[in-house]
Ligand binder design. Structure first.
Ligand SMILES: NC(=O)c1ccc[n+]([C@@H]2O[C@H](COP(=O)([O-])OP(=O)(O)OC[C@H]3O[C@@H](n4cnc5c(N)ncnc54)[C@H](O)[C@@H]3O)[C@@H](O)[C@H]2O)c1
Length: 351
């Protein structure tokens, strides 16, 4: 008989890691108040946990995950990358569903252990690729699939921001970040390119920390990927932008026109030859983490597989690791055989 999960009342959640990104999640919890109860805030820095308790009534704080696991159904992990694996394992082994900030973990072996543990225990393991739930990004996917501007032959994604961590921060070092700007931030856009374009064939990465000397590995990243059928994608990301015009922008060129997602302006546009740009949807800018959390809660209550599940997320990280290896070796990366052959028509991995 097919697996059935009865709908639960409110999911009791612990927020683990109360730094910068936790605020983006917190801002949107209220939207889901009928389905979600934040019961605990955990941070090794007790002032950070306390600052969450200051804005959410009735929650408890702790400096160690262990102290809160008995009281929750699920955990949202917003932690330094080298801690994703050990703390997510602790939560899964205690029988808790896990929504884990990206990137899943800093090695393939760690990712596989998380995937396997969640599977063995029938728990939801979802990676928080919030851009996959952004209405402009999902809207663009729909326009591409509907061939609104014909067949797409080129997708370009730019992300330009200034990110300079303080001395001693885990984000500066390759061993704690897991790589450079591409691994840490570009993983969002590699994941989206795979979702939009399907199977990659080969690619290159060039990264540099010129202009972002605070980074141990690259702070600026240029990726080119060839997909099946000769279709191309380009991703440029930098943490060194002192100013920007493009901000976060996606372009898709098709045989009949172009689609543009201007994330900062909050507009999705279709451009056709000889016509004014048509704004097909508008959404406020910022991270739409409420959509991501809603999907996580749905997966807990229905047993449905997350759109950004462990196996799917691992494909993007494998691609990045192959690009890094080829960059170090001065060669072109062979991107075939990342496990994408196991994906069904809707993009879900079969195994
Ligand atoms: N989706 C996005 O757009 C986005 C944006 C920024 C960051 N992130 C992700 O969020 C995660 C955290 O990034 P951040 O910018 O919030 O970092 P941060 O350094 O601001 O916050 C991390 C927090 O974890 C706490 N911490 C460290 N060790 C701990 C432990 N053992 N137990 C409990 N707490 C511990 C730190 O004290 C700190 O408060 C990373 O995975 C990052 O990639 C995602």
């Amino acid at each position: 008989m097919e697996h059935i999960r009865l709908p639960m009342s409110r999911i009791r959640l612990a927020l683990i890691g109360c730094g910068g990104m936790s605020r983006a999640h917190l801002r949107r919890f209220e939207i889901l108040a009928d389905r979600l109860e934040l019961v605990a805030a955990v941070d090794v820095d007790e002032t950070r946990a306390a600052s969450v308790a200051d804005v959410v009534d009735g929650i408890r704080t702790a400096t160690n995950v262990e102290e809160v696991l008995d009281d929750v159904d699920a955990c949202l992990l917003v932690l330094p990358h080298h801690l994703h694996h050990p703390i997510a394992m602790q939560c899964l082994q205690a029988g808790k569903h896990v929504l884990l900030e990206k990137p899943m973990a800093i090695s393939e072996a760690q990712c596989l252990e998380l995937i396997d543990t969640a599977k063995q225990r029938d728990l939801v393991l979802m990676v928080a690729y919030c851009m996959r739930f952004h209405p402009l990004v999902t809207g663009m996917k729909q326009l591409i699939d509907d061939k609104v501007v014909g067949d797409i032959f080129q997708v370009s994604i730019w992300t330009e921001q200034h990110t300079q961590y303080d001395e001693g921060h885990w984000g500066l070092k390759e061993s704690t970040l897991g790589g450079g700007q591409l691994f840490s931030h570009g993983c969002h856009y590699i994941d989206i390119l795979l979702w939009y374009m399907g199977r990659p064939v080969r690619g290159t990465h060039m990264g540099s920390n010129t202009g972002t000397e605070w980074m141990e590995r690259e702070g600026t990243s240029n990726v080119t990927i060839e997909f099946e059928g000769g279709r191309l994608a380009y991703h440029f990301g930098t943490w060194g932008a002192r100013a920007t015009r493009l901000g976060y922008t996606f372009h898709a060129h098709g045989t009949k026109g172009m689609i543009e997602a201007d994330i900062r302006a909050g507009e999705l546009r279709v451009l056709r030859p000889g016509a004014e740009p048509e704004v097909v949807s508008e959404h406020e800018s910022g991270k739409h983490t409420e959509n991501e959390m809603r999907h996580f809660l749905d997966c807990i209550s229905t047993g449905e597989r997350p759109l950004t599940d462990g196996p799917g997320s691992l494909q993007g990280l494998r691609l990045i690791w192959r690009l890094y290896e080829a960059e170090d070796a001065g060669t072109l990366a062979d991107l075939r055989g990342l496990g994408l052959d196991q994906v069904d028509a809707s993009g879900q991995l079969l195994s």
